[in-house]
Design a protein around this ligand. Structure first.
Ligand code: FES
Length: 253
């Protein structure tokens, strides 16, 4: 049976409210953040050069996949980007953020929506989102392993161990991505969600340890979501500027 939610606040109309605080600030910052990232990442994903420099590889292009049949003037980023893109689009925090900021549904508590009725995530696709999100989590964990491998390779300068600014940029980026991915609500549910009693369950101590670790990251999921989003873009930008000769990568080799 179709579920209908009819919650609404006062008269319909975009942004009608009696609130006097700056309730609009967070949705506005979210829109600006999304717009900046989407504009840059879309541009970068279409580029066919300058995505690597020495041992550094842009996270938009990792894992690097280029089949022989793939045209030379087509970007390879699209083999990979649908995974982190789908993971973030189905993330519990991002869904809240874009429903509020992009679709004003609602923009904030006690603020009217443009339409009369709040229907929530009741469509067929919306009902599948939590399951879809878990599958994107599995795929994102594989991509995360690849990104750690890229960081290890970033210490290798033509067979010599070394550290460059790019190495540190990539290391910070993958650490932030790990905090975001390992703090996923779906992962928290996976490691501990169905255990009523950790001490009675098989492997209970290990599961309790994992659940406690993931729970700590989950508490700051919004923070890691934004930090990791911008670190991915900035890592690509740093490598790109080095490859273009705009920046000089300082190294100790
Ligand atoms: S809930 Fe945000 S990544 Fe899973």
């Amino acid at each position: 049976m179709k579920q209908t939610l009819t919650a609404h606040v006062g008269a319909p109309g975009f942004g009608k409210t009696e609130r006097r605080d700056a309730w609009w600030l967070e949705p506005l910052l979210v829109v600006l953040g999304f717009a900046t990232f989407v504009a840059y990442s879309t541009w970068a994903a279409f580029q066919v050069s300058n995505y690597s420099y020495g041992p550094y590889l842009s996270p938009f292009f990792s894992p690097y996949i280029r089949p022989d049949w793939w045209p030379a003037n087509w970007s390879t980023a699209f083999f990979v980007l649908w995974i982190p893109g789908g993971f973030r689009a189905s993330c519990y925090y991002y869904r809240r953020a874009y429903w509020r900021s992009l679709f004003a549904s609602p923009s904030a508590c006690a603020v009217s929506e443009p339409k009369r009725d709040y229907t929530g995530e009741t469509g067929t696709i919306a009902r599948w989102l939590p399951i879809l999100h878990r599958w994107f989590l599995y795929l994102s964990l594989i991509v995360l392993v690849w990104l750690w491998i890229d960081v290890v390779k970033a210490f290798d300068f033509d067979g010599h161990f070394g550290i460059g600014v790019g190495t540190l940029v990539m290391l910070i980026n993958v650490a932030l991505l790990s905090f975001f991915t390992l703090g996923c609500h779906a992962l928290r549910s996976l490691v501990g969600g169905n255990a009523r009693c950790f001490s009675c369950a098989p492997g209970g101590n290990a599961r309790y340890g994992m659940w406690s670790f993931v729970s700590k990251l989950t508490q700051r999921h919004k923070l890691w979501a934004w930090f990791s989003l911008f670190s991915v873009g900035l890592t690509d930008l740093y490598i790109r500027l080095c490859a273009m000769g705009v920046l000089h990568d300082i190294r100790i080799v």
